[in-house]
Design a binder for this molecule. Sequence first.
Ligand code: 8YV
Length: 315
Amino acid sequence: MTKVEILQIGPYPSWDDERLNAHFTMHRLFEAADKEAFIKAHAANIRGIATRGELGANRALIEALPALEIISVYGVGYDAVDLDAARERGIRVTNTPDVLTKDVADLGVAMMMCQSRGMVGAEAWARSGNWASKGLYPLMHRVHGKRVGILGLGRIGYEVGRRLAGFDMQISYSDVAAKDYAPDWTFVESAEKLAEGSDFLFVTLAASAATRHIVGKSVIEALGPEGMLINISRASNIDEEALLDALEGGKLGSAALDVFDGEPNINPRFLALENVLLQPHHASGTYETRKAMGKLVFDNLEAQFSGKALPTSVL
Ligand code: 8YV
C-alpha cells in the first residue's frame, strides 16, 4: 500500500520520526535548501502537514497544497496556523492540549522563583568563588504571600494558580469572563487593573489577533518598578518594544520570558539586561510531555487517514 505523504515543517525527536516514517512518507521541509522548489515538487501529493506550535502553517503554504486535508500541530497553540485559510478549504486542524498543561505551569512557577530569588546569579556566585572571596550574595525578594495576577485563566493559567495557592499567594485573574472553576480567586475586568494589583503577572493567554499586544506600555507600567512579568504563552501577547523600554528604564522591575518575537533570534537588547530571565521556549520541554505531544500529532494524522474521529481537533 502506498503511504500517505506528509509535509513536515520542523524537526521532531527521533522517536516521533520513527513512528511517522513507519506510517507515512515524510517530506522534511526544514532540511530543504530551496523550500519553494521542494514544496512545488511534492505539492500534488501532500495530504497532511505536521508542524510545531511556533511554526504553524501560513496561508501561502496552505494554498500551495491542493490535496491538503489536515494540519497536525505539535503544541497547544495554533495561532501560527492560518485558520481562515484552512476553514475555507475544509482542512482539519489539530493540536496537543492537556498533555503539556502541567509542565508549562511548572516551568512558569520555576521561572518566577528563580528570578525572584536571583538563583542564576547566586549559582554563578557560588561557582565562581565569589562567595569565598567577596562574601554573601545580595538579598533577594520573597515570593510567598505576595499578590499574583494571571492573565488568561485557561488550562495553563488555572494550573499556575493552583501551584501558587500552595505558596499562600493572593490570586487574581483576568479573562473574558469570571470562571466558575476558580471561586476563591478574584476576577478583575482589565489587564491593566490586574497588573496594578499584582507583584507578579503571569501571561497565560491563548494568542490570537485579538490578544496581540494586550500587555502593552500601560499594563507594563501598571505592574511597576517592583513588579515581575512572566510570559509562558506567546510573544505576540506582549508589546516587546514597550517591555524592553520599561526594563531598561526601570519602569518594570523584571521579567521571566520563555517566548520572544522572532524566536529563536532574541532581540539583543534583552541580552544586555540583568533584570530578565530568558528561556528558549522550553516550557513543554520534558521527555514525558514531548512524548505525549508527538503521539497526539501522530494519532491525529493516523485517525484522519483511516476515517476515525480526530482525538484533539480545533477545526
Ligand atoms: C512547544 C508550544 O514548545 O504548545 C505550544 O503551543 O509552543 C510548545 O509546547 C512547541 O510547539 C514545540 O515546537
